[in-house]
Design a binder for this molecule. Structure first.
Ligand code: NOJ
Length: 755
């Protein structure tokens, strides 16, 4: 199979093993040298203990449980934290076994000491939304996913955990593994995008990274939050069982197998049942079918919110509903604290349910080793933040998280260009908020984009930076005239625009995926100068860019790149770094195309002649603006010579393997992501026209060609019926290889029925 001139074969594959019809990511097992290259250390980290150690833990749990009063048991289920109502004595008396949102080691240490000095000495689990950084910031998870590089996703989680752990935080409310099906939903930036396979890969990588860094994970939000109706945060999601198992379950199933310690419910409802009261999901699916041994925490006050969902008439009723569903810990509602004991005494909640919750919580604390741990040392904590290693890791991730969407040749910036205007506060201002701010911990002095460009282009290039907007939120003008003047006087305009501040994350759904009015107006003014405009988008979700693609010289989608994002941007603009990011979400041409994703089902009336009575729209193409997996490089890459090792595989355990040739036809070294999609030709249900099953990011020197090997378990093509039953059918399957979801190099493979 080896072709001449090929340096070494690469092996990649969906690597998914199905257990009970769910997927498992193989591979990603780090050899020591690879760990070191990533800045990770092999021995560190949290993991579920096995064998005699696990058995000893179970005995210790039972011994503890036997000594606990009902009130002490309830205390373990009560997650409280920073806020007006917080009472430190609840920790000292065992009334609160978990806390959150404490940031500084000086506040965390006395709390943990108080817990350990309580009657039973059960330590606290201490949570925080350390999602893409604590003091050193990494690209947002959606940007991490855009790297299509699991090592970098793991690395981001690892350093986030290392820093959080250094101040005493031992539990993060991450990774969010909801498969985000609607870019109007503000939380898409917290996940890995729209695809179940990429989301499962990210889930595993991030669980591994956090655990290696010493912080327990919480897979969230179980389940269906990624498909809330109309992208409206907190809304209901309507998800048929078949789709639930095909799309939304895999990242949770994989995260559980990777060893996640906890799972969080959702603030939303699915098919009319609020997640926090959904026994069929929490107990039947997660705990029984997926075999999850850790504990389930409600989302913030979501037990209370079951009143507003109108599925409980009063707090005691909501308490019963959540406990019956299998929610082990109450985040902030205080309902377990106030009602659980009384409900048990009245016989309305069985003691066995409370015992099961407490067992799970104690199990996590014991497997994490919290009982034996030395308290955090505030004196040394500071020195463990914003280390050169953490910053170098953040920069590595940022370099690969940028997606070059269009380029008419203006990038990388040519030597002849002698004057550049950098417009937009997002490229210049240093007013971003960080977690660590509240705790007066150190923060990074961020560079500016003009400074970075100057560093690379030298003093003979005049570079003027103008914020244009009042601040990095980009919602109001600052000195508009100065920005326009700078733009008119420059040969090249680089503008950084997007969404920031209160525009991103939870509670920020949109109906329009547009720049703010002042940014849109400024962009029109910049285009009207007639100068080439490079548009750098710092958005936290896909925007509709249809009206810009042919009017600006280049577009870079950067999401939010973290602490040293501007360093990475400067490198990409000047060609020091060759962009290699790929879109983890489809970019629509208009909001009206949503929902749109890589794995759409075919119709009986495909769009063939662009005629009426074919599926589509009167006023819009059916194609996305940029497909899933899309991203340009400064080097053209070519994929050719697809070969399968065998024309058929036997079900259920067969492995499709083969190779393609990847060639760098450019003059720069660069990375390309070879992507494999599959399609079942004829099935008992309509199956996606393209299902993403494997990818590999490969670095090639100029002119280099390489054979890239792949393997995909046939089981990756498993799907589910309306009852959630797994189906894997014999027949012919198409294989597509390429560098985005339009992959056109094709072959086919036959799945032979099991003997
Ligand atoms: C609500 C969010 O939905 C959840 O993701 C987060 O972890 C909690 N708040 C805690 O901050």
């Amino acid at each position: 199979m080896r072709l001449t001139g090929i340096r070494r074969g690469h092996r990649f594959g969906r690597g998914l093993l199905f257990l009970l019809g769910f997927v498992a990511v193989l591979g990603l097992v780090c050899a020591p040298d690879r760990l070191q290259a990533q800045g990770l250390q092999a021995q560190e980290g949290l993991r579920w203990k096995v064998g005699a150690e696990a058995a000893a833990i179970e005995r210790r749990i039972e011994a503890l449980l036997a000594r606990m009063t009902l009130e002490e048991k309830v205390g373990q289920t009560n997650l409280t934290g920073r806020g007006d109502q917080f009472r430190p004595e609840w920790v000292a008396t065992g009334r609160s076994g978990a806390v959150m949102n404490f940031l500084a080691p000086t506040e965390i240490r006395p709390l943990q000491e108080a817990a350990k000095a309580s009657r039973l000495g059960i330590p606290l689990i201490i949570g925080l939304d350390a999602i893409h950084g604590y003091a050193t910031y990494f690209p947002q998870p959606l940007g991490q996913a855009a790297t299509f590089n699991p090592e970098l996703m793991e690395l981001s989680a690892y350093w986030t955990a290392r820093e959080a752990r250094a101040v005493g935080v031992n539990w993060t409310f991450a990774p969010m593994v909801d498969v985000s099906r609607d870019p109007r939903w503000g939380r898409v930036m917290e996940g890995a995008g729209e695809d179940p396979y990429l989301s499962a890969v990210a889930s595993v990588a991030r669980v591994r990274g956090y655990h290696r860094g010493g912080v327990a994970t919480s897979l969230k939000h179980f389940i269906g939050y990624g498909e809330v109706e109309g992208g409206r945060d907190y809304a209901n999601a309507l998800i048929p069982r078949s789709r639930l198992y095909d799309v939304h379950v895999p990242p949770f199933a994989e995260g559980v197998k990777a060893g996640a310690f906890t799972v969080m419910t959702s603030l939303s409802a699915m098919n009319g049942v609020p997640s926090t009261g959904d026994r069929s999901m929490i107990t039947d699916l997660l705990k029984r079918r997926l075999g999850f041994r850790g504990f389930v925490v409600s989302d913030f006050e979501s037990i209370m919110e079951m009143l507003a969902h109108r599925v409980a008439a009063d707090p005691a009723g909501a308490t019963r509903l959540a406990m019956r569903a299998g929610v082990d810990m109450d985040m902030f509602a205080g309902f377990y604290d106030r009602h659980l004991a009384a409900e048990v005494r009245a016989g309305r909640i069985p003691m066995a349910a409370v015992d099961d919750a407490v067992r799970r919580i104690l199990r996590v604390k014991l497997h994490m080793g919290l009982f034996d741990e030395a308290p955090v040392d505030p004196e040394t904590a500071r020195a463990k933040l914003i280390t050169p290693e953490a910053r170098a890791a953040s920069l590595r991730v940022a370099r690969e998280a940028m997606v070059l969407l269009t380029n008419n040749g203006v990038l990388p910036i040519r030597r002849e260009v002698k004057s550049i205007a950098v417009i937009g506060a997002l490229g210049i201002a240093d007013d971003d908020w960080q977690y660590a701010d509240n705790a007066s911990l150190p923060r990074i002095q961020r560079t500016t984009l003009p400074r970075e460009l100057s560093r690379h282009l030298g003093s003979e290039v005049t570079i003027v930076g103008e914020r244009a907007f009042k601040d990095s939120c980009g919602l109001a003008y600052g000195d508009r005239e100065a920005a326009l003047k700078a733009a008119r006087e420059a040969e090249l305009i680089v503008t950084v625009m997007g969404e920031e501040c209160e525009q991103i994350g939870e509670g920020t759904s949109r109906t329009r995926l547009d720049l703010s009015p002042v940014q849109a107006e400024m962009l029109e003014d910049l285009i009207a100068t007639g100068k080439p405009v490079v548009l750098i988008l710092k958005t936290a979700r896909p925007f509709v860019l249809t009206s810009y693609v042919n009017r600006v010289a280049a577009i870079i989608q950067s999401f939010h790149l973290g602490s040293d994002g501007r360093v990475a941007l400067g490198e990409v603009l000047t060609g020091i770094t060759n962009p290699s990011g790929k879109l983890p979400m489809t970019f629509p041409r208009s909001v009206g195309q949503i929902p749109i994703s890589v794995d759409m089902l075919p119709t009986g009336r495909p769009r063939l002649k662009n005629a009426r009575y074919e599926t589509g729209y009167l006023d819009e193409s059916i194609e996305p603006l940029f497909p899933f997996g899309f991203g340009l490089s400064y080097s053209p890459f070519e994929v050719s010579d697809i070969k399968l090792d065998a024309p058929s595989v036997r079900l259920p355990n067969g492995m499709i393997s083969g190779s393609v040739r990847l060639t760098n036809r450019g003059e720069r070294a660069g990375k390309e992501v070879v992507q494999i999609y599959m399609r079942q030709r004829v099935g008992s249900r309509s199956r996606p026209s393209r299902q993403f099953v494997a990818f590999e990011k490969v670095m090639l020197a100029p002119g280099e060609a390489r054979e890239v090997r792949f393997s995909v378990p046939a089981r990756a093509l498993t799907f589910h019926d309306d009852d959630g039953k797994a189906l894997l059918e014999p027949g012919d399957y198409d294989v597509f290889v390429g560098t985005d979801a339009r992959a056109s190099l094709t072959t086919s493979v036959r799945f032979l029925a099991a003997r």
